[in-house]
Design a protein around this ligand. Sequence first.
Ligand SMILES: [Zn+2]
Ligand SMILES: [Zn+2]
Length: 397
Amino acid sequence: MSTKDFVEKDYYKVLGVPKDATDAEVKKAYRKLAREYHPDANKGDAKAEERFKEISEANDVLGDPKKRKEYDEARALFGSGGFRAGPGGAGGNFNFDLGDLFGGAPGGGQTAGAGGFGGGGGGGLGDVFGGLFNRGGAGTRVQPRRGQDIESEVTLSFTEAVDGATVPLRMSSQAPCKACSGTGDKNGTPRVCPTCVGTGQVSRGSGGGFSLTDPCVDCKGRGLIAQDPCDVCKGSGRAKSARTMQVRIPAGVSDGQRIRLRGKGSPGERGGPAGDLYVVVHVDAHPVFGRKGDNLTVTVPVTFPEAALGGEVKVPTLGGPPVTLKLPAGTPNGRTMRARGKGAVRKDGTRGDLLVTVEVSVPTDLGADAQDALEAYRKATAGEDPRAELFQAAKGA
Ligand SMILES: [Zn+2]
Ligand SMILES: [Zn+2]
């Protein structure tokens, strides 16, 4: 099941329950509908069968508290459609839907430890602090702070890089402390830091007509100080959260490429946006195929008669059936030919080519017949000097 499914399918609607329905209500709604649309009770009714499948699917997710939580999170994150990975950093430019990237996360249930990644945490904090400072007011504004970017690495096999792959990515990041809702205060009522008056920053004059700002030391840049520090996070408001995400790496990535997943880094503070996640991709070499942009490369041995007289040569492709290449008579060693559409997948879904380089192989143990034939060939071509031109050119220079 993909995240796309999650975003597009409204399982609550399918079961006819409100979003805040209890587990018991979900179960009850499912049982009622399942009885009604069960294939045994609707023999030959394709529509009922379809509906029954939908109902089962919805129950698979909503009936499992863990999956339901992930479903709700996925919808909250992706439902708006506003998330789109922008141009990448140093590595390259990639634009693709996050929906594609996070295939399968909910089904596998890979969340380890406390979740709270991205989205929800930031919004919640914004509410908490928004309320706080609207009351305390007096012109003090606490700026929202963007979450940190996270960098991670992944190693793909050659084939995975060509075809695209969904890979688990384990990351630790900072999430709001659950015990104090990220406020750092036992009672959820931190006060504004007097040193920086809530900005989290102090300026230091540089004398050059401009000033530099440093994070406030007293509140560690948070703008808030716990009155009664939370025992769990010691007043920091942050908790370490480890999580394994299923990340969809698009087809056609190359070794060393850096992919940016917007909004998948650490959550922001005070309603600030989440940071980004950068994934540096490493690609293992393939024993046979190489890569040149969208094209794949392969070197294919041919016999001297095949090269000299021409012939049909079978060439392996990556993950597909072999293709047959027609060698014209007199194909020189090292010539590269093109098998169209047998290369790597491009961003638009089309494929590059397979560049086939022929390599004339020289036999090392000849049978008697072959030896005789070659001796006859030597005699027949005795008048030809393949190095005549070489020596001519050497003299000229
Ligand atoms: Zn401060
Ligand atoms: Zn805490």
